[in-house]
Ligand binder design. Structure first.
Ligand code: S3P
Length: 430
C-alpha cells in the first residue's frame, strides 16, 4: 500500500484537463459489445482498474477483447456465444461489474462463480439476486445470497414487473440485461430516476426500450448488433476539479469533453445553487450521451440543502461535495443519502472521519451529513480506506490545508482515475 505526501496550501489552479472516459459507460460498452453480434469499437474507454475487471471477466467468458489504452475492440459472438468460465470471475473493487454481470449470466445455461475484493465482500447483493431469482435464475451466496462469493446458475427466464426498493442504476440495469433474454416483457419501476446509460446503450446496439413515467420496459428475446461507441469524459472524475476550481482562491480550470447526461449532472446544480462561477458549453445535444466543456472559476460560496431526487444524480460526488460545503458560508445539509453506507466504503463515516482530521466542522446523520462552513483546514495523516473517491477528495482538500497532509492507501485512485495525481498537479501553480 502506498503513502503519498500531498501538495498543500495552494493559491491557485490554472489550466485545462481532459478527464478520462466515463466509468459507468465504459463498463456497459464492454458488456454490450460482448453480448452483441459483430465487432464493437470503443473510443475513450476508461482504462481504470474497475473497467479492466469487466474486460477480464468477459474474456473468461470466451469473448475476444483487444484493449490498447483507451481504445477497445470487442468481438461479440452474440449472447448465446458466451462460454462457461473455467475459473472464478474476479471483479476486484467493482460493484457495477458484479451486479450487471449477474443480469447477463442469469439467462445463460451454465454456472459461474463471482468474487471480488474485501470491499465487494461487504456490499449487499440481495437487491440484485432477489429480482433475478424471481425471473428464474438460481443464485447462491454467503448469508442466503447477500454476499460474495456468489454462484449463478442461469437458464430460461420469464419477464417480471419489479418495483425497485432502492434507487439503483445497477439493480435496474441487471434486471434489464436479464429482461433482454427473458420470455415476455420486463418492467422496472424506479422510486427516483437513476442514471440511464443502460437504456441509451440498448438503443445504440439496435435494441428497443421504452420509458413511461417511472417505468422502464424491455421486451425479451432481443438480439443486439455491434456499435461504435465514443465515451464522454466522466463527470464524476471532473467533479474533483470542479470543486478544486471553486474552492482554491484564484483558480480557473477548463474541463474538456465532460459527459452531461442529465441523470448525472447534480454536481452542477449544487455548484450553481452555492453561487459558483461555472459556465458550460454543450456539444451536440442529440448525441447518444451528451457532453460539453465546463469552465469553473473560484468564487465565494453559500451553503445549500441536497436531498430527494437530486441524490441519485450526484451519489458518487457526495464525498467531494462534503468538502465543497466546508468552504461554503453556512450550514449545508445532505439527506436522503443512506445508500452512501453501502458504497466502496461507508461513505458517511469515511467522509466525516477523514475531513474532521483536517479540521472540518462536519457531522454524520442517519442518511447523510451536516457541514458548517466556511472552515479553514489544517493537516494530518488521512486515509483513502481503499476507496478511490475518498482518496481523490482528500487530495483536493489538502490543497487548502495549511500544514502537511499525508494520504495513506493513495493507490486506490487507480480504480477510476489512474492519472489523477498527474492531472491535478499539472494545474498547480508553484
Ligand atoms: C453505477 C450506479 C451507482 C453508482 C456507481 C455506478 C452504475 O450505484 O454509485 O458508482 O454504473 O450503474 P447504485 O446503482 O448502486 O446506486
Amino acid at each position: 500500500m502506498s503513502t503519498k505526501t500531498l501538495k498543500t496550501n495552494k493559491t491557485s489552479l490554472m489550466g485545462e484537463i481532459k478527464v478520462p472516459g466515463d466509468k459507468s459507460i465504459s463498463h456497459r460498452a464492454v458488456m454490450f459489445g460482448s453480448i452483441a453480434e459483430g465487432t464493437t469499437r470503443i473510443e475513450n474507454f476508461l482504462p481504470g482498474e474497475d473497467c479492466l475487471s469487466t474486460i477480464s471477466c468477459f474474456r473468461k467468458l470466451g469473448v475476444e477483447i483487444i484493449q490498447n489504452g483507451s481504445e477497445v475492440t470487442v468481438k461479440g459472438n452474440g449472447i448465446d456465444g458466451l462460454k462457461p468460465p473455467e475459473e472464478t470471475l474476479y471483479v476486484g473493487n467493482s460493484g457495477t461489474t458484479i451486479r450487471l454481470m449477474m443480469g447477463i449470466l442469469s439467462g445463460l445455461p451454465f454456472e459461474s462463480r463471482l468474487e471480488g475484493d474485501e470491499s465487494i465482500a461487504r456490499r449487499p447483493m440481495t437487491r440484485v439476486t432477489s429480482p433475478l431469482s424471481k425471473m428464474g435464475a438460481r443464485i447462491d451466496g454467503r448469508n442466503s445470497g447477500e454476499f460474495t462469493p456468489l454462484i449463478v446458475v442461469g437458464g430460461k427466464l420469464s419477464g417480471i414487473t419489479y418495483q425497485l426498493p432502492v434507487a439503483s442504476a445497477q439493480v435496474k440495469s441487471a434486471i434489464l440485461l436479464a429482461g433482454l433474454q427473458a420470455e415476455g416483457d420486463t418492467v422496472v419501476l424506479e422510486p427516483v430516476k437513476t442514471r440511464d446509460h443502460t437504456e441509451r446503450m440498448i438503443k445504440q446496439f439496435g435494441g428497443k426500450v421504452e420509458r413511461e413515467g417511472d417505468a422502464v420496459k424491455v421486451a425479451g428475446g432481443q438480439g443486439l448488433k455491434a456499435a461504435d461507441i465514443n465515451i464522454p469524459g466522466d463527470i464524476s472524475s471532473a467533479a474533483f476539479f470542479l470543486v478544486a476550481g471553486a474552492v482554491v482562491p484564484g483558480s480557473e480550470i477548463v474541463l474538456k469533453n465532460v459527459g452531461l447526461n442529465p441523470t448525472r449532472t447534480g454536481i452542477i446544480d449544487v455548484l450553481e445553487a452555492m453561487g459558483a462561477n461555472i459556465t458550460i458549453e454543450p456539444y451536440d445535444q442529440d448525441a447518444a450521451e451528451p457532453a460539453g466543456d465546463i469552465t469553473i472559476k473560484y468564487s465565494k460560496l453559500n451553503a445549500t440543502t441536497i436531498e430527494g431526487n437530486l441524490i441519485p444524480r450526484l451519489i458518487d460526488e457526495i464525498p467531494v461535495i462534503a468538502l465543497l460545503a466546508t468552504q461554503a458560508e453556512g450550514k449545508t445539509v445532505i439527506k436522503d443519502a443512506g445508500e452512501l453506507k453501502v458504497k466502496e466504503t461507508n461513505r458517511i463515516d469515511t467522509v466525516v472521519n477523514e475531513l474532521r482530521k483536517l479540521g472540518a466542522n462536519i457531522e454524520a446523520t442517519e442518511d447523510g451529513m451536516i457541514v458548517y462552513g466556511q472552515q479553514d483546514l489544517f493537516g494530518d495523516t488521512v486515509s483513502a480506506h481503499g476507496d478511490h473517491r475518498i482518496g481523490m477528495m482528500l487530495s483536493i482538500a489538502a490543497l487548502l490545508c495549511k500544514k502537511d497532509v499525508v494520504l495513506e492507501q493513495s493507490e486506490a485512485v487507480a480504480v477510476s482515475y489512474p492519472g489523477f495525481f498527474d492531472d491535478l498537479y499539472s494545474l498547480v501553480q508553484e
